[in-house]
Design a protein around this ligand. Sequence first.
Ligand SMILES: [Zn+2]
Length: 335
Amino acid sequence: MEREAGGANEERREATNGGPVEQTGVRRLDDGLWMLDLGFQGRSGVVAAYLLAGGDREELALIEVGPASTLPALLAGVRAAGFAPEQLTALLVTHIHLDHAGAVGSLLRLAPAATVRVHPVGVPHLVDPSKLLASATRLYGDRMDELWGEVLPVPADRVAPLADGESIAVAGRVLTAVFTPGHASHHVAYWDGVAGGLFTGDVGGVRMAGTDYVCPPTPPPDLDLAAWAESVARMRALGARRLCLTHGGPFADVEAHLDQLLPNLEAFRALAADALRDGADQTDLARLLHDRMAAELGDPDPETLAALEFATPSAIAAPGLIRYLVKRGEATAPR
Ligand SMILES: [Zn+2]
């Protein structure tokens, strides 16, 4: 695939920080590749989708679609990149959490030629999101609508399960589905071996643009640290030149980024195990995790810390770690 001369500058800029988010919320990363900032909860840099275009018939694909609450921003982003949402043929989601895939049902109504691709475990939850919504409601309570919007079911004939290692021909390129459990058992990363880009979803961590700290998002219910470690090894072996995060955008310092992920995950596990042993409850642990995130960012401006909190809320990370530790007999559940 042809690369433009500007690409080298872009990569250099990303080596030091995530690069600026344009006012429009659309940032061209490469030939036929855009990052769409979805402006989640009025903030830039929190949730992104990636738009791919190319091929003989100007095919259009998305990696991640974001929540239903940011569908207008997603559609505006597609249009600002010069396309129409009706042109979409493939919606590739890394997993079914609402901040990544919540808009698929709504988007399919606007894109009649599009099909959703997801891990096989995710398929029934997109077709009937009732269980997914019930478990999210236990976490988010009366903020569900404000955060995620209306989640519509996906018609069964418009979603197809992925296989591990499957080659997916979309938008003039071939992506590989890389099963990468850890953050969620059904997590898939997408690898563009020609361009060297790895779309990491949440298994690549969360990192706000312009910062170095890679924060592992640890929500319930199926956090698995051993699986996550294997997934990091898998991602490392690909030799990516760029990581495209859903929460934070693209980063070119791949090794340094991945080097941080597991130590930071272990730091969260140890912090949670110690806190529970000392009698902390879920609220205490959330506060400790928030303080750790603030400390790791160094001396952040309040907006950066707030954006990180929106991308991986400490109030959600805490029950994820507690559930993981209790399940493994490494802690007793707080009152
Ligand atoms: Zn996420």
